[in-house]
Every structure is written in C-alpha cells, then in structure tokens.
Write a protein that binds this ligand. Sequence first.
Ligand SMILES: [Zn+2]
Length: 500
Amino acid sequence: MQVVKTVKIPLHYSTTKRKLSILDKLTARLTYGVALWSRLIEEYDVEDRSRLRSRALEARVKERTGLSAGFVQCCGDKALWMWRSYRELHRTWAKTVKMAESNKEEEWLKKLLRREPKTPLSSGSRHKIPIWFDYRVGQLERAKRIKMASHVIRVATLKRGEWVTIPLNPARYHIQLLGRGTAKSFQIVKKGSKYCVHIKIEYGVLDAPVAGVLGVDLGVRRHAATVLLSGEKPNKLTPRSFLTIRDGEKKNRLDGLNRLVSELQRAEKYDTLRRLRHKRKQVAEYFDRLSAKRLADISGGCLLVVGYSKGVKYRNFKGNGKKKLRKALTRWSYTRIIRFIVEERAERGLSTAVVDERWTSKTCWKCRSRHTLRMNQSTLFCPHCGMTFNADYNAALNIGLPYLAKAARRRAEDEPAQQTEDEQAREIVARKLGSQHPSRGWQLTFSQNHLLGPVNRSSTRPMSMSLFFKRAPIASKSQVDSGAGLERMLYFFTKSSWSL
Ligand SMILES: [Zn+2]
C-alpha cells in the first residue's frame, strides 16, 4: 500500500540573505502568475487541464510574467485547483440554500446568503500563494558539498538557466522518511517572515491482512464509539464488540489552558500570552494524535470505517438555540481526527474508509427504520421494531455494516442473534434514563485482545498507551492569585514537551 505524507521542513539557518531575496522575488512573481491564471480561468471558464494547457493562454501568462514554461504550467495547475475547490464549495452551498428555501427556514437562509463562498483571490489577502514545483523547476537532493545540511532543494530562478541551491534543516524524523520513500514534489511556503518547504513523500507499506470491520462513530462528547464486526460471524455481537474511547484529559487540559489564558489577559501579561499563542492548538493536536494511535493499535486486522459528518459546524448556525452544542463543536475537529486516524493506520499497512455519516445516528440498525426516537442523549428507541439501543453504538453499527460481505449481512438481518439480545438486556438493565453511559462499566474489562477476537492477534503491537492519561498538576485558583501557582502553571505549559 502506498502512503503519501507531506512534511514541513524549515530552511537551514545558514541560508544567506542573497538566496532569501532570490526566493522573495521568485515567490512574489509566482503569486502574480497564479493570480493571472485565476483571472484567465474565470474569463474563459476553464474546467479541465486540457483546456488549461492551451497554447494561447500559456503564451499570455508567459508574456506578462516572464516566467519559464515550467513555472507557467505549475502556476496554472495551482489556479485551476483553487477554482475547482471553489466550484465544489459553491455547489454544496447552492444545494444547502435550496434546502433552506424549501424548508422555509428564514433565519438560516439569511445566514447562508451571507456566507456565499468567494471566488479565489477575491478576498484581497496579500499572502503569497505556494505552488507545487515539478522536476522542471525544482529538485530535492541530498547535499553533497554542504556539510551542515543533509538535504537541499535546487530551484530555478527568474533568470533563465540559473538555479539556486537552498539548504534545508530536516529533523531526524524527516531524514528517516526521506530515506524510506521518494519525494514527489514540494512547495515553498512563506509564513510571516520565515520560509519552509512542504515535501510530499511517497513510500510503500506492507499490507496487513483484514478479517473484520470496525465501525467508528466520532463524537463531540466522547472521542469515538466503535463496534467490531468480524468477517465470519457478523451477528455475534457481544459486549466485547463495543468500545468507547474517551479523551476526558484533553478537555481538562484545554479547560486549564483557557483558564490560564483568561487569567493572563486580566493581568495584561501580553508577552506570556504571546508565548502561549499556539499552546491550545498543540495540546488538542497532541491528544487527537494519541487517540488516533490508540484506535489504530486496537483496529489491527480490521477494515476501519469511520463516519464523516460533513458540514456539521456549518449547519449548526448561530442562533439555532443549541448554544452548548455549538460550544462543544468549536473544539471538535473531526477532519483532523480522521486525518490522523487514516495516517496512523496507513503506517501500519491498514486502509481506512471514510463515509458520509448522514442518517447513521437516526436509522435503526436492525430494521433500517429512520423514524426513531432519542430517549436521552445516549439512548435510541425504535418504535418500529421495539429496539432500545445505545445511540452511539447504533451509529457505529450503521457505519460499519454496509462494509461486511453482502451474504454475511443478509444472514445478520435474517436471524437476530441471541447474544445481541443479551447485550441489549444488559444495556437496559444497566441504564436508568439520564444515568451514566453504560459503556463506562465495560471500559474496565477491556483489554488488548478483546476487540481483536479471532482476528489476527499477532499483527497488533502491545498497547503502550493507557486509556486515561495522567492528570497534569494544575494550580488551584488561590495559588494563581498568589502568583506562585501561576509560575508553576506557566512552567508546566511551556516546558512540558508535546512533540510526538
Ligand atoms: Zn428498528
């Protein structure tokens, strides 16, 4: 299985000012090239690459920018990509507007109309636009004559036939990856005043055997609900098939940081705030990465199917009366979590399916009826077949079931399994309305092999991460007031390492 990864490598600190100024000029000119292409694409309604490659258009850009043919084409590709994603966004937006109109939701419609996607480069942002360099205009090489840097990029400059060599400063992890795979292409990105190079690396991983399906429903309140469906016996659901992964510690950490930030804002300590600027994002990413690793570890030997709720933040617009949900949603980055899961599993030679999770939380997994009732946050009741089930696991089942072999699925529907009834009975007994989530008790009994069952145990690594992470020492409010606690908190948040 081929894995493509993009790594971000900074330029080496020994890069001379002359080279930086060459880069400045080059990236500025390339941005101009992309902008020019963007205008042409709009004017001539270019939709595919074959029309983009028309001689007349290329000649126009070449004449105005003075760029070489290779650069002109790379700029064109970038502009076309921007327009393609704009058009896709606009299509979805138009569909949503239509839906709001037919449902007569005035408030939502008003908000939607203000959020029409803008055409590329119309926002007036002055950021430079990075392009993907292909072999004609740039190459990544191992450094031969430069001792300090292990890798360099060679880039064509604005002067015809003249190339510049720029040293990179890769970390050990980057060097390892570069040694393992082949670099496909790279971008030169300027952020603030600093440059870094984004390199797309492709490498092969041995495919791991797959014998089951793991349906995963990501959630705002808990990290993920999972259901294991093994290939041979899809209908044998036992309590061991179900597992919830929680990330309570992430919430604690973020809450602590938020408190700290507001304390500092009150105390007007702006220097410290500046240092803490990216901390919240880093903490969130760290915990998401940890959860993804955990999920990848327990899902060895399975095809993992994860539900993707496209536009959930978008649909929960301000003023819909669900204030708490929106607050929770701002912290929830399912796109990043899914990306991490896909990455972590790819590292282990496992593929992941990402599916649209629309209706999965409402549909009854047994009789496929959509007219179900939520008895409370975690319980679903189906009046059609009389099933009471945990809502999260129901969604995970709906996500995973279509991926089981067709014949196996039919068998599951024909004869409701005895064990499933047990599982339900257990749930109903364990739960009074509004009480704790029933899966809490199960967590204690969970161990590495439970989920894997007959599925290729040897392919998984021993689990090294604990389900709950050790709680950080967070100072109490009185300590914060006295100043000493603040110091300690600062020390903790700035000095502790989050790198993976
Ligand atoms: Zn039903």
